[in-house]
Design a protein around this ligand. Structure first.
Ligand code: NAP
Ligand code: FE
Length: 379
């Protein structure tokens, strides 16, 4: 399935990636030139993952001054990112480090923009043409294997009091370096491991079937699907409390990174905006919320997915859909079904999202969105 002009595409990936056990400490020289380091994190993950203590060991040596802004919650709020930016400016940060899942990494990108542009209003974050100054350098240290935020310039921020997510996308906020150490995900409980891996799987599938897919993004998307899917199948056989092998952690972290590179070129498809309502209004974590719609996304494309593409997915569509469903049912505890009225409301809130036309089978109009909602989560 080739849906692009093979001679006509761009591939841009300016992030330096260092991968592997202890990669932060082994690459401590990369921190050497910074003297005022502003860390953006959630309440606990930077600590329990071990990432923060690795950083502190380095600062102890380099004598860098550091500040820990640990107020980022899941689905980070614009007001908190703004506050972080102001603190970073006051501190005089020359490096911003985002440690955590997608929420702290995305929030760190926003805080970096606010730190560099202190006169900017919070809502101006979504208007890159208003930015006057480039942000300080930014390092990303993921502690989940899901969003791929370390490999792209996207930052998904929640508008205060509106239950709405908005994305800003600005080439200046790519991480200068991303440190991918699978050991930071060892403390992730099974449900977050599975939910975040489902997010990464969605990125790869949505990218692979995007109208913007290219020969290069396709390589990342296909490899990501294979890596993540085969490990999700292993996770099905584990019980809560069983140890998750380090090799699974490694492959999920690599697969999540591949997904981040893939959507860097293509963006995401409709499972993402459809999931946002369920995350913000119903509290379902991001990965599970997107995955609720990936089965229908695959179903809509099934007649145009050629056998060789499927071969690269590593299984047939029904098995992939089944695996995803089993994992959502078991690990998310989510079995809500919604009335037509609620689903019409949900459809109207996301009808202008660009994601709906960003797949080979494009979805146009509120009625089509409503039908997909009804099929997947309707009463
Ligand atoms: P998250 O919201 O960053 O974190 C979820 C939970 O996992 C938090 O409670 C967090 O604790 C905990 N956690 C993180 N790492 C841990 C560890 N190693 N051990 C134990 N607990 C840990 O989850 P996420 O799924 O990675 O990120 C979701 C966000 O990313 C959403 O806002 C979504 O919209 C966005 N997103 C961005 C992109 C992109 O390309 N930029 C793509 C997809 C999604 P703490 O609160 O202590 O951190
Ligand atoms: Fe996502």
């Amino acid at each position: 399935m080739i849906n692009y002009e093979i001679n006509n595409f761009n591939f841009f990936m300016p992030v330096e990636i260092v991968f592997g056990r202890d990669c932060v400490i082994k690459n401590k020289n990369k921190f050497g030139k910074y003297k005022k380091i502003f860390i953006v994190s959630g309440k606990s993950s930077a600590k329990i993952s071990g990432a923060l203590s690795d950083m502190l060991e380095i600062f102890n040596e380099t004598k860098a001054d550091f500040y820990i802004f640990d107020k980022i919650t899941e689905n980070p709020l614009l007001s908190v990112c703004y506050e972080g930016g102001r603190e970073a400016k006051l501190f005089g940060a020359d490096l911003i480090v985002g440690i955590g899942g997608g929420s702290p990494m995305d929030a760190a990108k926003a805080a970096a923009m606010f730190a560099a542009n202190p006169r900017m209003n919070p809502e101006d974050l979504f208007e890159p043409e208003l930015y006057k100054n480039p942000p300080p350098d930014f390092f990303a240290i993921p502690t989940t294997s899901g969003t791929g935020s370390e490999a792209n310039p996207y930052s998904v921020i929640t508008l205060d009091g509106q239950d709405l997510k908005k994305t800003f996308n600005y080439a200046g906020v790519y991480a200068k370096t991303a440190f991918l150490d699978p050991k930071y995900t060892i403390a992730l409980p099974h449900n977050i491991t599975v939910g975040t891996a489902l997010d990464a799987l969605c990125h790869c599938i949505e990218s692979r079937l995007s109208v913007k897919s290219t020969p290069v993004s396709e390589i990342y998307a296909n490899s990501g699907i294979r890596l993540i899917y085969r490990n999700l199948k292993k996770l099905i056989d584990l019980k809560v409390g069983d140890n998750i092998d380090y090799s699974i952690r490694e492959e999920l972290m690599l697969g999540s990174f591949y997904g981040g590179v893939a959507i860097n070129t293509t963006g995401t498809g409709f499972p993402h905006p459809m999931g946002y309502n369920l995350t913000l209004i119903n509290g379902l974590p991001h990965g599970f919320a997107c995955a609720l719609f990936i089965g229908e996304f695959l179903e809509l494309h099934k007649n145009i997915i050629k056998p060789e593409t499927l071969g690269s997915f590593g299984d047939n569509l029904d098995n992939i859909k089944n695996t995803v469903k089993i994992l959502i049912d078991y690990y998310s505890d989510f079995n809500e079904k919604f009335s037509d009225e609620t689903l019409r409301f949900y459809s109207s809130r996301i009808k202008t999202a660009k994601n709906f036309t960003n797949s080979i089978i494009g979805i146009t109009g509120e009625e089509e969105i409503f039908k997909i909602y009804k099929k997947c989560v309707g009463v």
